[in-house]
Design a binder for this molecule. Sequence first.
Ligand SMILES: [Zn+2]
Length: 474
Amino acid sequence: MAKILIKNGTVVSPTGRHEVDVLIEGETISALLQRGQAEAIGVSADKVIDAKGKYVVPGGIDVHTHMELPFGGTSASDTFETGTIAAAWGGVTTIVDMALQRYGENVHEGLAEWHRKAGGNCAVDYAFHQIIGGVDEQSLKDMTYLVDHEGVTSFKLFMAYPGVFYSDDGQILRAMQTASENGATIMMHAENGIAIDVLVQQHIARGETDPKYHSISRPSLLEGEATNRAIVLSKVAGNVPLYIVHMSASEALEAVAEARNDGMNVFAETCPQYLYMTLEDHLAQPGFEGAKYVCSPPIRSKHDTHAHHSDLWKGLRMNELAVISTDHCPFCMKDQKELGLGNFAKIPNGMGGVEHRMELIYQGVVQGHLSLERWVETCCTTPARMFGMYPQKGIIAPGADADILVWDPNGKTTIGINDKHHMNMDHSSWEGFKIDGKVDTVLSRGTVLVENDTYLGRKGHGKFIKRGLCQYLN
Ligand SMILES: [Zn+2]
C-alpha cells in the first residue's frame, strides 16, 4: 500500500490546531505523528508532502449541489465530470447532489437517473439527497426504502416553485411524519412560493422586468414566514430533524435560532453568495448583467430593515447556522440566463460556486468573521456529521478517508473567468473576488488530485458514499 507523509503542517480541526504530521496508507489516514516521530520509527513514505507554513484540513464537503439539474427549460451547465473537477480545484473532496423526483415521476427512477449521470464520471466522492417533488402514498413508501437500502437519508422539499417542485403544507407534514418513523432528515427550501408568484406577476404586469425584481419580488419576510411554518410542522410531526437550506434572511435565522433555543432538531445552512453579495452591487448591475446573480432565495438588499450579511455571519459563529454549502447550480449567460431577457421570472435560478466555497469562507476568517476552526467545522466536519458520513469523512484522524486539503495562508487567489475558474460556465459568479490564501494540494482517499496548480485526478475516481442518519439529534 502506498504511503504518503504530510510533514510540517498545522492540522486544523473544529477543536483546535496541532503541529503533527499525517501518515496516509492506501486510501485512509493511518496515524497522526509527533514531529520527528516518522523518522524515529523509520516510516518509509513513497511520497512526502512538505506542508511547512500551511494548514492541513479535511477535504471540503459541499452538501448542496445541482449538477445537470433540469430547470427553467434548460439544465445546469456542469456535468458530474466538470463539476467535480472544479470541486477538486477548490479543495472539495465530497459533494452531496440533489437527485430529482418531479410531480408524477417515480422516486426510484429519479435516483437511478442520478446514479447514471454520476457513476463513473466523478473526480471526487459523491452522495445524494433525494428531492421529492410529488409527495403521495408511493413516494412516502419510497422514502423509507431509500433510507433503509440506498444510503439516501435526507429529502428535500420545496415551499416555493408552485407547479414545479412545490409541496403544500399537508404534503410537507406527511413527509415529515414519514421521516419521524424512518429517521430521515427533511431539507426545506423555505420561501412562500404562492405569495411570491403573485408578486412576480404584479411586477411583470407593471413592466418591471429587470433582474433586480427577482429579489424585490421575493421579500425576506416570506422566507422568514416559510421557515417558521416549516419549523412548526416539524414540531407537529414530532421534532423531526429539519434542515433549512440556503438561508439568506435575518427573519429566517431568527426563527431557526428560536427553535434551536427550544431544543428542537432544527438546523440550517447558508451559502457564500448570501454572505458577500447585495442586490445593489450585483443583481442591479446595468443591462442584463444582474442575471448572473439570480438565485433563490435571492441576494438581499443592503438597505433592508435587517443587516442580513452580518446577521448570517453571527449565526455562523453562534451555530444557529451549522453548515456552509454552495447551492451550486451554474448556468451560462448565453442561451441559458438569456432565456430571461425581458422577463426576470424566466431567468434560470442558480449560480456556480462549488469551486470557491473554501476560498470565500477562508476570506471570512481573514476578515475576522469566523475562526479558522469554525471554517473547518462549517465547511468540512459538520457537513459530514449532519448527513451521516462521519468519521469516514470530515476529520483528519486515524481510520478516516485520506481526503485532505493543504491550504497555503501565504498564497493568493484571484477568482475570475480568466483567472482561477474551472466550472463549465461562460462567466464567473465570483469575478474579481480576491482571496488571501490558496488551495495548495488536494487529496481524495490518498490520491493526489491537485498539486502545483495542476489537476492530476481522473474521471471515475469518485465513489458513491452511502450515508447514515443525521448525527446531531436530540
Ligand atoms: Zn438548491
